[in-house]
Design a binder for this molecule. Structure first.
Ligand code: NAD
Length: 512
């Protein structure tokens, strides 16, 4: 069975058509015929049947990636770059509705799988294309060095080499751009990849595979193996521990990241773990409040707060707390919640599952029971399938509440009042998440002083917590946000290995 492949290129299918695995350049059903059903979270209706990769499928994909590695790792850099640049253009063309067949378009797929709004779909495709272009530019910068040798006549080179097969696992929330991020730097460095997409968004993540295959990425370089939730742990453990898998690249929750890190540690294997966040915005007493409000609303509510960089904590100086609160509520109350993909006025769509909406609302209710004050939000779940939550903002939140400790991953923001910069830093640093943060102040030097003391992989001065550019070394600084960095040369460091190569002089003499 070779699925829907024409001239070696997987074509877009109708939304209701089954999704197959992609192994060694062929679309195939699972070796044990296993499938699972992808469901539209907004409607609760089944969308399509997805093949569920078995352990045997993973083993086959890893072997095919290992075979492809032998030639891909030696493919000239300019050839690799051309494929990436072409794939980026193809991705952009998908956004413009230029699919060359009768299949579903990217908006239809992302809307159905993850309730994406039109703007979230656009951001995903553009960011995915951006990751590919940035990676393409890195290809001639994967360099080694020559080190001066003490031994006479000796030349010492330090090469930078691809490592082999990378096992990449991506989450559903930004399905196209995070699939790109999971595979782009590993591939451009000359590695090959076995990708496990989220079970919530296989077709969205397959968009990236289709673009790269259409651009000429050779068979076996990128394999795509969705797996049903019940088998996720089984296949992941096998892949992490497989001797031919040399690196693990995981983006997802700290819960699963901890499990994967444990398996990787048991076989002494290096991982990149890009996990969750609980981003704080620190609003100092001299902040431009209107700027802060716009950034907080955008950072807290884009994609319904389902972004690892989402603003979850707003730490405000007492003297500006009332002004900020009033403006923030006025802003948030203008935002429309709904389910219409084609209604550009809808800012907040549905959460990714009904149980997520219940969990998020549970965090809010428990905070209220412990003394937090609800400033906006109706404590109700809306929508045909119970996934739409209006924004909820809580005041007088304390760090001992569960909502302060756990990533909410919903349209929720908590306000914390402080009376000094030191106290703001202390509250910001009281979380175990360390991904990103923001500081608002008109005094740039003061803001920089605070930013340097916030424990986070990035701190944006006078800008939202949700901010990423492809060349930046993004990632957390440990704790529950994980470790390892994406982007630019930091990403190259993660997915290559140094090799020392020395050249001795003929006729060298030894002590014995
Ligand atoms: P998740 O951790 O639940 O799932 C991620 C992947 O792990 C999925 O493919 C899933 O099938 C797999 N998985 C689930 N249970 C498993 C198990 N027991 N063993 C092995 N694999 C298992 O995360 P999610 O819900 O898909 O994504 C949301 C999370 O990802 C949030 O915490 C978010 O902050 C984080 N995230 C982080 C970044 C970043 O760059 N730091 C970016 C996006 C999302």
């Amino acid at each position: 069975m070779n699925g829907n492949i024409v001239n070696g290129i997987p074509k877009a299918t109708k939304l209701s058509d089954p999704q197959l695995l992609y192994i060694n350049g062929a679309e195939v059903a699972s070796s044990n015929s296993g499938t699972f059903t992808a469901t539209n979270p907004m409607t609760g209706k089944d969308i399509y049947a997805c093949s569920s990769a078995s352990v045997d499928d993973y083993k086959e994909a890893i072997l095919s990636a290992q075979t492809a590695f032998k030639t891909w790792s030696r493919t000239p850099p300019s050839a690799r770059r051309l494929i990436f640049l072409k794939a980026a253009d193809i991705l952009d063309s998908y956004l413009e509705g230029q699919e060359h067949d009768e299949g579903a378009d990217v908006g239809e797929i992302m809307s159905a799988e993850v309730s994406a709004t039109k703007s979230w779909t656009t951001v995903n495709i553009k960011a995915g294309a951006g990751f590919l272009r940035e990676a393409a530019g890195l290809v001639t910068h994967i360099k080694g060095e020559i080190v001066p040798a003490d031994r006479p006549g000796t030349t010492i080179m330090v090469l930078r080499e691809a490592v082999g097969v990378v096992f990449a696992i991506s989450p559903w929330n930004a399905p196209v751009s995070l699939a790109a991020r999971a595979i782009a730097t590993p591939l451009i460095c000359g590695n090959t990849v076995v990708l496990k997409p989220s079970e919530f968004s296989p077709k969205s993540q397959y968009i990236m595979v289709r673009a790269l295959a259409a651009a000429g990425l050779p068979a076996g370089c990128l394999n795509f193996l969705p797996t049903r939730p019940a088998d996720a742990a089984l296949v992941t453990e096998v892949a992490v521990k497989h001797p031919l898998v040399r690196r693990i690249n995981f983006t997802g929750s700290d819960r699963v990241g901890t499990i994967i890190a444990g398996w990787a540690a048991s076989v002494l294997k290096q991982c990149v773990l890009e996990l969750g966040g609980k981003a704080p915005v620190l609003v100092l007493e001299d902040a431009a409040i209107s700027d802060a409000v716009e950034a907080i609303a955008f950072g807290g509510l884009s994609n319904n707060g389902q972004i690892c960089m989402s603003t979850e904590r707003v730490i405000i100086h007492d003297t500006v707390a009332e002004e900020l609160k009033t403006s923030l509520l006025a802003k948030v109350n203008t935002l429309k919640c709904g389910s219409q993909y084609d209604d550009p006025s809808v800012a907040l769509s549905g959460l990714y599952t009904p149980s997520s909406a219940k969990r998020v609302l549970g965090l809010v209710k428990s905070a209220i029971e412990q003394g937090a004050e609800l400033l906006t939000g109706d404590l109700e779940i809306h929508g045909q399938n119970g996934t739409i939550l209006k924004p909820h903002i809580l005041d007088n939140v304390t760090m001992d509440m569960e909502i302060s400790k756990e990533e909410s991953f919903g349209p929720i923001m908590c306000l914390y009042r402080v009376s000094s910069d030191e106290e703001a830093i202390e509250v910001a640093n009281s979380s175990e998440f360390t991904l990103c943060s923001s500081v608002f102040s008109r005094d740039v030097l003061r803001a920089m002083g605070v930013a340097k003391q916030v424990r986070a992989g990035s701190c944006h001065i006078n800008g939202p917590t949700v901010y990423i550019e492809a060349p930046l070394p993004n990632g957390g600084t440990g704790g529950r946000s994980g470790y390892g960095r994406f982007g630019g040369m930091a990403g190259v460091e993660e997915f290559t290995e140094r090799k020392i190569l020395t050249l001795g002089q003929p006729g060298m003499r030894y002590p014995f």
